[in-house]
Design a protein around this ligand. Structure first.
Ligand code: F6P
Length: 363
């Protein structure tokens, strides 16, 4: 009797990297290979690997894992956060729909289903691609920004908050020694989750997030009140997408005109110095928040997500994203995820907690 063909699934990471991606890759492979006897093809460099010929893939069997992958930052598969195949920027400056090339690669590789680990942008692209290619798709949410709808936490967020809190722990003694106001600017794109959680965990005096418009004079008044009460230093956490007092976002401009958030901390620092007379120093944490070994909760989350994603495929489900809700991993339809963004709830527990602790949002 002919041996029946093994089911083969594709696995890729997409969008900005973060800690915990490798733990999710490991979990998918453990469950798919050991639990169901499937083959897992790791697709390198996200969808960019499927635009190459031959496509950039490698089989991820258990022998690939040497025992340390769970602990490793980054992604062993590589990733991209540009080059949407539906609007691919060509070298001559034009934009081309290359989605069919991705689908051809899946067919050539005999991939029967795809698991994609990414943020909301990647979910939208991968879901559209797999629908066009007629294969089931399951998404696993990752992003330090924690702005993916329906999940209390995405992979990478808890590690990012831990790294940023470590930074505040380092800044506090030097702030106290020099009687300075330290401003820590953190990533998070258009959401203030990292700043809010870090500010609470690290004992900040001021937290500035894009969801709560601030008045710089109120920030300064709060710092002066602290000084009057005998506190000679202060910690300010500022999310990168916070606007200036005149409402403009602050960008770092890179070669080829690319613009990314960066630098609002300096604007806020200058203004605090002018208005309070305190000496200020600014630290921009940047990509440090994305790196290093994942904290335990990110490993747990990634493991639960990876196992559940494979189980969904095994149960014949498609176009779902795994999410963490009320200490459980469950799943929701992708199309509901991609039409929303999870911003900080300005009336939620954490904002109330911060206010209760006397932390100012400058409002
Ligand atoms: O979305 C994750 C994130 O780290 C954001 O917080 C940040 O604004 C952006 O990616 C940085 O992107 P890049 O890695 O391209 O500089």
């Amino acid at each position: 009797m002919a041996e029946s063909k093994k089911k083969r699934i594709g696995l890729l990471t997409s969008g900005g990297d973060c800690a915990g991606l490798n733990a999710a890759i490991r979990a998918v492979v453990c469950r798919a290979v050991n639990g169901f006897g499937w083959e897992v093809m790791g697709i390198r460099e996200g969808t960019a690997g499927l635009l190459q010929r031959p496509p950039l893939v490698e089989e991820l069997g258990m022998r690939v894992f040497t025992g340390n992958i769970l602990r490793m930052g980054g992604t062993i598969l590589g990733t991209v956060n540009k080059g949407n195949p539906f609007a691919y920027p060509m070298p001559d400056g034009t934009v081309k729909d290359r989605s069919n090339e991705v689908i051809e690669a899946w067919r050539e590789l005999d991939i029967a289903a795809l698991i994609g680990i990414g943020g909301d942008g990647s979910m939208a692209i991968l879901s559209r691609l797999t629908q066009q290619g007629g294969i089931p798709f399951i998404g696993i949410p990752k992003t330090i920004d924690n702005d993916v709808a329906f999940t209390e936490a995405a992979i990478g967020f808890n590690t990012a908050v831990t790294r940023a809190t470590d930074a505040l722990d380092c800044l506090q003694p030097t702030a106290a020694s020099h009687h300075r106001v330290m401003i820590l600017e953190v990533m998070g794109r258009d959401a203030g989750h990292i700043a809010l959680n870090t500010g609470i965990a690290g004992g900040a005096n001021v937290i500035l997030i894009p969801e709560i418009p601030y008045n710089i004079q109120k920030v300064a008044d709060h710092i002066v009140t602290l000084q009057e009460r005998g506190r000679s230093h202060a910690l300010v956490v500022c999310a990168e997408a916070v606007r200036t007092s005149s409402g403009e976002a602050v960008y770092d401009t890179h070669s080829k005109g690319a613009r990314r958030y960066g630098g609002i901390g300096h604007v806020v620092g200058e203004q605090i110095e002018e208005l309070t007379g305190a000496e200020t120093r600014v630290t921009i944490l940047g990509h440090v928040a994305r790196g290093g070994s994942p904290v335990a909760m990110d490993r747990v989350l990634a493991s639960a997500f990876g196992v559940h994603a494979v189980d969904l495929l095994a149960a014949g489900k498609r176009d779902r994203m795994v999410v963490w809700q009320h200490r459980e991993v469950v799943d929701v339809p992708i199309e509901e995820v991609i039409t929303r963004m999870r911003a900080v709830d300005v009336n939620g527990t954490l904002v109330r907690t911060a206010r209760g602790l006397g932390i100012s949002f400058g409002d």
